[in-house]
Design a protein around this ligand. Structure first.
Ligand code: HEM
Length: 507
């Protein structure tokens, strides 16, 4: 056979085949893009964002997604398409529809991105698992451990850590008239409290007056790294979860600290274990696990990890937000101070305020509610997947399979519910009749809603309701530079840049 003479023929055939394949691939992409575009064409939103998730990813990269999402709602309305298959909603009535106990919508792939990894493998935890059966299995045994009754048994631990916190502030700042970053110190306090509550061992941040082994820094770096891909979860398959890419084995000092404490506990004799009983969360977790040996061994470390990762930064951010707004609004601060001082003078509260005492301070409650409304520590829509039957919302039909969510930063600024001044700090809005207050509470999503809502909300409030009035009783707190505005960065967790203050002991 004369191959030389036949080669042009083969070349023509190959070129033709390649051309056909390219045309087929392009047509497939175009028809897919068109189909996906048409599915939600009736929902308003930025045109180009309807074709690719790159836009919403880039908004998260800016660290200002909560601001951009609010602007999109202002421009397009309460239901906005912000990705090819993603819709966000901002009206308060939608909370029950999307997150209600009856609907039980499944979490979206966003949660795969935030799920912890151990040597490249995803480890489901209560927060991130999308599997409802795994969720029930993980949440049910521990849910009661976060009830007000149970937390009350841990109250002395919170009080003693608070006493130590104030001792350190006295030694290092109040007695020396030197400034401090209160946000950092709230973080040291919250990490140490959770260390004590979880393992009867603090991380040592208050002692050191600094982060220990970069635990706090690593936690924040984690959120910074993962946040953009929450909007485009498949990108993780290319890199982070790709078996062909060598797994990065960076140290995780927080997980190591937890693992070491679990190991210590396991090596105790049965008699020693009895003396510990239900002293802390770890002992309670181990007890729950021992009751049911069908529960996988991994549950204990994931419960432990969730306590710190979900509980420490979030609570210190909310506490800082409340202090920031009080300091920026002197009339609010002086009203709160008056309430606290009167209560102290009448012997209604002690030096280290108890949870029970704090519940009789209505202006304090109004300030906590207002901080919870204005500054939710999580700043992206909590995404769910619309079930097959679809969803009617705000006059739009959203087909099954769509990712849908509400960003607490937008719904909690809804003027129809919170008033024309919804952008402004005004705790007085909460000093209203019972029905109005309940309606506003139903429009709050800071702790999520429904069966996936925050298990630790009561614990976070315990800490805040005790800490703030005790702190204000003890010190005059002032902003170092009252004209300075703080900056905040939204990487799913919305982190303030800091809170520089001076402290003066009050008596
Ligand atoms: C101010 C403090 C806190 C805020 C703002 C907060 C916020 C949230 C939110 C929004 C969710 C639901 C997320 C979603 O639907 O995707 C959640 C879930 C969760 N939180 Fe919190 N949280 C706080 C404190 C805590 C604390 C102190 C703990 C534990 C010690 C904790 C443990 C959890 C857990 C385990 C879940 C998963 C619940 C489930 O899916 O069943 N959180 N939190």
């Amino acid at each position: 056979m004369d191959f030389d003479r036949m080669s042009p023929y083969f070349q023509d055939r190959t070129a033709l085949l390649v051309k056909a394949l390219v045309i087929l691939a392009i047509s497939w992409c175009v028809s897919n893009a068109l189909r996906s575009y048409m599915r939600l064409i009736h929902v308003p939103g930025p045109r180009l964002a309807a074709f690719t998730n790159l836009f919403r990813r880039s908004w998260v990269k800016t660290g200002e997604a909560h601001v951009i999402h609010k602007k999109l709602h202002d421009q397009y309305g309460t239901v906005v398409r912000y990705g090819p298959n993603a819709v966000m909603v901002s009206q308060p009535e939608a909370i029950g529809k999307i997150y209600g106990f009856k609907t039980r919508y499944q979490k979206s792939e966003l949660y795969d991105v935030i799920m912890p990894r151990i040597t490249g493998l995803r480890i489901p935890d209560v927060f991130a698992t999308r599997d409802e059966n795994v969720h029930t299995q993980m949440r049910r045994p521990v849910a009661n451990l976060y009830s007000a009754t149970k937390i009350s048994t841990f109250e002395p631990i919170i009080t003693s850590t608070m006493q130590y916190f104030f001792r350190r502030l006295d030694e290092l700042f109040a007695s020396k008239d030197s400034e401090l970053d209160l946000f950092n110190w709230f973080q040291y306090f919250m990490f140490d409290v959770l260390g004590q509550l979880t393992f009867s061992r603090s991380f040592g941040c208050l002692d050191k007056g600094d982060d220990v082994e970069d635990i706090i820094k690593n936690n924040w770096r984690y959120f910074q790294q993962i946040a953009p891909n929450t909007q485009m979860a498949w990108l993780d398959y290319l890199w982070r979860d790709n078996p062909l890419v060598p797994t990065s084995r960076k140290r995780n000092p927080l997980a190591e600290f937890g693992a070491a404490r679990i190991q210590e506990r396991m090596s105790l004799t049965e008699d020693e274990k009895k003396t510990i009983d239900e002293r802390d969360y770890l002992s309670c977790f181990m007890k729950e696990k021992a009751k049911d040996d069908t529960l996988p061994d991994l549950f204990v470390p994931t419960w432990v990890n969730d306590n710190i990762v979900a509980g420490a930064d979030t609570t210190s951010i909310l506490t800082t937000a409340m202090m920031y707004h009080l300091l920026k609004n002197p009339s609010s601060l002086s009203t709160l101070r008056r309430e606290i001082d009167d209560a102290a003078a009448q012997g209604r509260i002690s030096q280290y305020v108890t949870w029970k005492e704090s519940q009789a301070l209505p202006y304090l409650e109004a300030c906590v509610n207002e901080a919870t409304r204005m500054y939710p520590p999580f700043g992206l829509p909590f995404e769910r997947v619309v079930p097959e039957a679809g969803l009617d919302i705000g006059g739009y039909f959203i087909p099954g399979g769509t990712r849908i969510g509400i960003n607490p930063w937008t719904v909690q600024r809804d003027v129809s519910l919170f008033g024309e001044d919804a952008e402004t700090w005004r705790p007085e809005r909460w000093l209203c009749d019972k029905d109005r207050k309940a309606a506003m509470q139903n429009g709050i999503l800071t702790f999520g809603a429904g069966h996936r809502s925050c298990v630790g909300k009561q614990l976070a409030y315990f800490e805040i309701y005790k800490l703030i009035p005790s702190l204000l009783q003890r010190y005059d707190v002032a902003l170092k530079d009252p004209s300075e505005e703080w900056s905040i960065e939204n990487k799913w967790l919305v982190k303030p840049s800091g809170l520089r203050v001076t402290l003066a002991a009050r008596n």
